[in-house]
Design a binder for this molecule. Structure first.
Ligand code: DGL
Length: 283
């Protein structure tokens, strides 16, 4: 039996299909600077938003088994598509806590607005996970709000190919956000962890009073609370440089991930390739 003191120094596992999870990593570094992180990007198989639920459950199960082998003390699914389609199916299979981004994002949204727009991948939109989570949060608060959803399948490939400032990206964003403008939303939820990377683009289109909700902020707050409750929070100030000890792994091309992610990490990270082994399919 490993003591909780020892386990508190184990890393937090964070995964996404690609660079979207970096928005959660940045928040982790801000709120929990003493924690070390194992980051995995399933770049060989992105975008997840176009995958079926069966595929996503299979991929996420492989990632979680691998995370287990990395001795993580907790996993944050820094991917809305995985949180929407695989969290409930897989959570019970592992003995470490697994946090998804949807419920924390929904709770943050209902605290901010009454006309809520959600932009997300096609798979997340079709799952209705946000509509359900926002409705549950509203019921808890005995409050009400209207919800609009728009699937934005072009964003992830554009971000992953480093085309954030491309005029075409602004054009696509304008098209996706037109129904949100027509609905006169007061709050926009980034229902995909890649989308905060486009916040400046969205600002050029939406009026200044529209508030942005980045679920990364609240999922990390929830993670901090959970670690505290479990006695697993790592607070040793000697490891204040632990953010530099974040280890990056991808299933695709490590060079490409290093290039693209350096934009947000402000340095060129060392990235290793991992081949995930198939695990037994769920019955
Ligand atoms: N960043 C992920 C999400 O939050 C996955 C996007 C994708 O690969 O389509 O949904």
């Amino acid at each position: 039996m490993v003591s909780e003191i020892k386990r508190s120094s184990y890393p937090i596992g964070v995964f996404d299909s690609g660079v979207g999870g970096l928005t959660v990593l940045q928040e982790l570094n801000r709120q929990l600077p003493h924690e070390s992180v194992v980051y995995f990007g399933d770049t060989a198989r992105l975008p997840y938003g176009k995958r079926t639920q069966t595929e996503i459950i299979e991929f996420v199960q492989q990632i979680l088994v691998w995370m287990q082998s990395q001795q993580v003390k907790m996993v944050i699914m820094a991917c809305n598509t995985s949180s929407a389609l695989a969290l409930d199916a897989l959570r019970q299979e592992f003995d470490f806590p697994i946090l998804g981004v949807i419920l924390p994002g929904a709770r943050a949204a209902v605290k901010k607005g009454r006309r809520i727009g959600v932009i997300a991948t096609t798979a997340t939109v079709n799952s209705e996970a946000y509509v359900q989570a926002i409705s549950e949060s509203l019921a808890e608060m005995q409050s009400h709000a209207q919800i609009w959803q728009v699937a934005c399948p072009e964003f992830v490939p554009l971000i992953e190919s480093n085309r954030i400032n491309d005029p075409y990206t602004l054009e696509v964003a304008r098209e996706y956000l037109t129904p949100m403008l027509a609905a006169d939303i007061d709050t926009l939820v980034f229902g995909c962890t890649h989308y905060p990377h486009l916040a400046d683009v969205f600002r050029q289109i939406l009026p200044a009073h529209v508030r942005f909700v980045d679920p990364a902020v609240s999922v990390v707050r929830a993670a901090a609370k959970e670690l505290e409750i479990l006695g697993l929070r790592h607070t040793d100030p000697r490891s204040a440089i632990s953010r530099d000890l974040t280890k990056f792994y991808v299933s695709g091309d490590p060079e490409q991930f290093a290039q693209i992610s350096s934009r947000w990490l402000n340095k060129m990270p060392t990235v290793e390739k991992v081949v995930l082994s198939p695990v037994e399919l769920l019955s």
